[in-house]
Design a protein around this ligand. Structure first.
Ligand SMILES: [Zn+2]
Length: 423
């Protein structure tokens, strides 16, 4: 299979006139094509813009990027969109509304909700998702006949929507430090970390990864059990999204959440710290020196009034940035990329903390890698042909140029073109 791309982001940057050879869903060759250069290189703008002409020559118009990796998703939170914006409150009042949705879901309704959420992701250029899944059991806490029925509903939803998934099966055992699960949390808990590990092992699907919900939800003595069971799998964990979590952790253990995870051996290049919002200097050092990934979810973090995390400082310390749409208040990876830079501008009153290429790496290759998909996220030989094309002639992008900066700072999810058959 052969694809001609008007513009594409290669490892060397944005190039015009790119010819891809694809076999069995993998790129076997990616090169700048002399023949299509005559079409794309100079020609009159009308020539390039005419979609009929582009169609006749078999060239995909626009700027083609590696597909986006959405590294932090709670599919069922999509049900809250537009419904949680009327009252004052905080993360914790929002959580009550979220728990009300969690209380009612069945495997069937979870499947339907996730299928529609993943379809929205797919339509906006997301080709891989990390689903942080903790809604395991029946409303009274009893396991389903198949204890992995809810997780399997998510895998089926991803298949239905045509999106690659890493199901981050989440250990969630406590309401807080020294507090058993409360209310709907009985649906999340397996009792202890060994029982969680046994259930995950029984899953027996290569798409399953692991997660620690947070240091408030997994007791200190259980953390190493999860870390050991997750060896070789991507391991994700919510870290310091809220100041109250930090305070409770310090009071109970004398350590910050990051220090507690370091003590348990949970940090490293296979681990992703989600949010990483309220960190000390020592936390930043620990995450950076261990080469831990950090997953920022800026549209959710601002929706929930979480705060703004130190993205650039983490990067400079050695951590790798990835991105997620988390609660799906919006699903727009372009906005997630852009927001990282914009939030830093508001905090520092300075522009230009992140280049467009760095943000694209976070949304593509680095994100895939944090989900355990090392062979996706670049347009290069050997990589999976998961692609997304940005319309360069929309009302927002017209005249902005075929550049990484246009993709990150001018486009939106609405500029993602529908997938086009390769020729
Ligand atoms: Zn989350």
């Amino acid at each position: 299979m052969r694809m001609r791309l008007q513009h594409a982001l290669l490892e060397t940057g944005v190039a015009a006139g790119v010819l891809l050879e694809i076999e069995d869903g993998r790129i076997t060759s990616a090169r700048v094509d002399g023949q299509s250069r005559t079409f794309n290189g100079d020609p009159s703008p009308e020539h390039v813009r005419d979609p009929r002409l582009a169609g006749e020559t078999g060239t995909t118009p626009g700027l083609t990027l590696p597909g986006f990796a959405n590294c932090h998703s709670h599919a069922f939170h999509r049900a809250l969109r537009g419904r949680t914006q009327q009252e004052r409150g905080s993360f914790w009042t929002w959580r009550e509304q979220m728990y009300a949705v969690a209380a009612d879901l069945t495997p069937d309704t979870y499947f339907e909700l996730a299928r529609d959420t993943y379809a929205e992701m797919r339509a906006t250029g997301i080709t891989a998702v990390g689903e942080f899944h903790y809604l395991h059991h029946q409303p009274d806490g009893t396991p389903y006949d198949d204890p992995n029925e809810m997780g399997k509903a998510l895998l089926a939803a991803a298949d239905d929507a045509g999106i690659r998934i890493r199901l981050l099966d989440t250990c969630y055992l406590a309401a807080g430090f020294g507090r058993p699960p409360e209310g709907v949390q009985v649906r999340y808990s397996d009792g202890d970390a060994h029982a969680w590990a046994e259930r995950v092992a029984a899953f027996d699907d290569p798409r399953v990864g692991a997660a620690i919900h947070s240091v408030r939800a997994v007791p200190r003595d259980q953390l190493p059990v999860v870390v050991e069971a997750a060896r070789g799998l991507p391991l994700h964990v919510h870290v310091s999204e809220q100041v109250a979590e930090n305070e409770a952790c310090l009071a109970a253990t004398g350590l910050t959440p990051t220090q507690l995870l370091a003590e348990a051996g949970a940090l490293g290049a296979g681990t992703t710290a989600v949010h990483a919002t309220h960190l000390t200097d020592d936390d930043i050092r620990l995450l950076g020196e261990s080469r831990t990934n950090v997953c920022f979810c800026p549209t959710t973090e601002r929706d929930l009034a979480d705060g703004i995390g130190p993205a650039r400082r983490l990067h400079d310390a050695g951590a790798t940035l990835t991105l997620g749409s988390d609660s799906h208040a919006v699903i727009d990876m372009v906005e997630e990329m852009r927001a990282v830079e914009m939030h830093e501008r508001l905090v520092t009153q300075q522009r230009g903390h992140w280049s467009a290429l760095e943000l694209l790496a976070a949304a593509t290759y680095d994100g895939h890698r944090s989900l355990g998909f090392d062979d996706a996220g670049r347009i290069a030989p050997g990589q999976r042909a998961d692609l997304v094309t940005i319309d360069l002639e929309s009302i927002r992008t017209r005249g902005a140029g075929a550049s990484a900066e246009t993709a990150v700072f001018a486009a939106t999810a609405a500029d993602v073109l529908p997938p086009r058959a390769a020729r």
